[in-house]
Design a protein around this ligand. Structure first.
Ligand code: SF4
Length: 190
């Protein structure tokens, strides 16, 4: 494990451990407050994220920012956002299990440095990797479970909400439950 963010980021930026490195414009390491106690984790960069080198930009990122804002969260101030894989899968396909397994060490090191109190999985890929392989996002989103002292919850991926706007109210409920959990645990947001 790297013991500092600078060492970790420098090592990760040159990573060629899996084939996804060949298609990337930018590696997408993560964004946010590295002292935050709330960590959001998506599956991997899309086209806009690859071009910008930042997770959740473009339309799905704007929607995520709006939902965060509604419950007093902000990607620059009080959360950190990362992905299971750091390089864009071609044609935005799901990252393959072997790609996830190869890349997850970087995320584990990020979790080690942040020591989050809450992890929110954005979408089924992250939930299946981090909560349970048989996690069912449509049935189990918004439910908190404690794992190794960290409260974990999954919500629908913002891109899925854009494809299916009727799911937005349910996802917003998840964000309200998140805010309740933040307050219950006494996590400061400023
Ligand atoms: S996806 Fe992860 S493991 Fe694969 S090259 Fe990128 S950083 Fe390395």
């Amino acid at each position: 494990m790297y013991q500092t963010w600078d060492e970790l980021e420098a090592a990760c930026m040159g990573c060629q451990k899996c084939g996804l490195c060949s298609g990337r414009t930018n590696l997408v390491f993560g964004v946010g407050n590295k002292k935050a106690k709330i960590l959001f984790i998506g599956e991997g960069p899309g086209e806009q994220e690859d071009l910008k080198g930042e997770p959740f930009v473009g339309r799905s990122g704007q929607l995520l920012d709006k939902m965060l804002d509604a419950v007093g969260l902000n990607r620059q101030k009080n959360i950190y956002i990362a992905n299971i894989v750091k390089c864009r899968p071609p044609q935005n396909r799901d990252p393959l299990p072997e790609e996830q397994e190869t890349c997850i060490g970087w995320l584990r090191n990020q979790v080690y440095l942040i020591r989050p109190k809450i992890i929110v999985c954005l979408g089924r890929i992250a939930a299946m990797k981090l909560i349970r392989p048989d996690f069912k996002i449509t049935r189990e989103h918004g439910v908190f479970t404690e794992k190794n002292g960290v409260w974990m919850m999954a919500t629908l991926h913002p891109a899925a909400l854009l494809r299916n706007p009727s799911s937005k109210p349910g996802a917003f409920e998840d964000f309200l439950k998140l805010r309740e959990k933040i307050d219950e645990l006494g996590i400061p947001l400023e």
